[in-house]
Ligand binder design. Structure first.
Ligand SMILES: Cc1ncc(COP(=O)(O)O)c(C=O)c1O
Length: 450
């Protein structure tokens, strides 16, 4: 069944009219902000949301937020995982506010540092932890460390993966097997083929060939892809990745920034995996900027042996605000009191309801689409079967269709993760919140396929 493009354009125009009529205050904010902020937004990518202007937020709590026009929204985007703990979780707010009253940054550790280390080690199974301001920074740092200890130049990533704004990761695999810049890559410092090898997810032979070159310092992966739709690993794939990294001496980094949705210890703990390093960020400090990375004892030893104390502040790893007292307080409160292991039970139950709701609509209208769940998150894609790798998943992208569905959702008080068809559950998300999505999805898909 194909999409009638004329009908899609007509439906989108109708929704744009509904949006415009309902959001005059957001429009005023946008006009004011546009005086000094390009596009009226603090970061240009915020213009990629659907609608004639952005929605400006007044206040958020739990799984909801109010926009400046007073419209209540169920938030399934949750700051694209930054607010996976729900907005303004009371325990984290109290701990962060208390720390703020005593100073936010010192370039010295506070008493909570040891608690944060203990919580991270116990939760994720790796013994040594360090702090950054973002998951991007954590990935960058690990790439430097991996190069340093292996003496090799390249990293390896999966095609169509995303690991933050890390230069080396803006690479794609062309159909002829060449490594080329990712579409839209801005201002690359050197040709990516010099820094990066790319293989498709779930392609063990290709991974083996790339590692056998002996050029790869680090293999940086999400254990399941979450930035091109959700792509789950084939049985045994992640074990094969581990075995090949060991065989060829590459450092294996699991970026669990999003896959933390799979369980309290991410996919690493869910599946009993053994990476050399793990990265987390976004939600890890309850919304205060923080990234963390954990290292195995063996990798940590190699790192320490390779850096001199005298030069440690100017070696390309650091950040003045990294490990600040506020982030550390946020990590302790979030892991200790908000995103505790028991929180996954309701989050996963809501995601299961969300997935079932989407599937029921797909079945009802025989839409040639599929939906995948990864613990507390779910995502549908515009293809009939689950993708096995990034290129397959990316081929199903449909920007116009996605913009329509997101706009239709917004007009019914639902925020979906932008640039995806993804929904994330927080501990505060309710079955009523999920039902609101199912109702919108049925109406939108019905309008498309009726
Ligand atoms: C898997 C993964 N890693 C790292 C990042 C980077 O996170 P941040 O932009 O907070 O640095 C992202 C962002 O979407 C991500 O999805």
């Amino acid at each position: 069944m194909t999409i009638d493009r004329a009908r899609l354009a007509e439906l989108t125009a109708r929704e744009a009219g509904v949006f415009a009529a309902a959001r005059p205050r957001s429009r005023s904010e946008w006009e004011r902000a546009s005086r000094h902020l390009p596009g009226g937004v603090p970061m240009l990518w915020m213009r990629k949301w659907p609608g004639p202007w952005p929605v400006y937020v007044a206040s958020g709590w739990g799984s909801h937020f109010l926009c400046v026009d007073g419209i209540d929204h169920v938030d399934f985007c949750l700051g694209d995982t930054g607010a996976m703990s729900g907005h303004a979780p009371a325990a984290a707010v109290a701990a962060i506010a208390a720390q703020l009253e005593h100073g936010s940054t010192f370039m010295l550790p506070t008493r909570r540092a040891s608690q944060a280390g203990d919580l991270l080690a116990e939760r994720f199974g790796l013994p040594e932890w360090q702090f950054t301001l973002s998951a991007t920074d954590a990935n960058r740092t690990l790439i430097r460390y991996a190069r340093q200890v292996t003496g090799r130049r390249k990293i390896l990533i999966h095609d169509h993966s995303y690991h933050g704004t890390v230069d080396e990761t803006f690479a794609s695999l062309a159909p002829d097997g060449e490594v080329v810049p990712r579409r839209g890559s801005i201002g690359a410092p050197v040709p990516v083929s010099e820094t990066t090898a790319v293989v498709q997810f779930n392609d063990v032979p290709a991974l083996g060939r790339a590692l056998a070159t002996g050029e790869i310092a680090a293999v940086l992966i999400e254990p399941a892809m979450t930035n091109v739709g959700i792509v789950l690993p084939d049985p045994g794939y992640l074990d094969a990745v581990r075995a090949l990294c060991t065989r060829y001496g590459a450092i294996l980094v699991h970026d669990e920034t999003h896959t933390l949705s799979a369980g309290p210890g991410g996919m690493t703990r869910e599946l009993g995996l053994e990476p050399d390093a793990i990265v987390l960020g976004k939600t890890i400090a309850g919304g205060v900027p923080a990234g963390v990375f954990g290292m195995s004892a063996a990798f940590g030893d190699r790192v320490r042996a390779s850096v001199r104390l005298e030069d440690i502040d100017v070696g390309g790893v650091g950040g003045t605000l990294a490990g600040n007292a506020l982030s550390i307080a946020g990590v302790v409160a979030t892991l200790g009191e908000v995103l505790v292991p028991a929180a996954w039970e309701p989050m996963v139950a809501r995601a299961t309801e969300w997935t079932a709701g989407v599937q029921s609509v797909i079945d009802e209208f025989q839409a040639p689409w599929q939906v995948t769940q990864l613990g507390a998150r779910g995502e549908y894609s515009f293809r009939p079967t689950a993708p096995r790798h990034g290129a397959e998943a990316a081929a199903a992208d449909d920007f116009e269709l996605q913009q329509f569905l997101h706009l239709h959702a917004l007009n019914r008080g639902i925020l979906m993760t932008p640039f995806h068809n993804m929904a994330l559950m927080s501990p505060a998300t309710t079955s009523e919140d999920v039902a609101r999505h199912t109702e919108h999805f049925r109406e939108a898909v019905g309008a498309l396929f009726a």
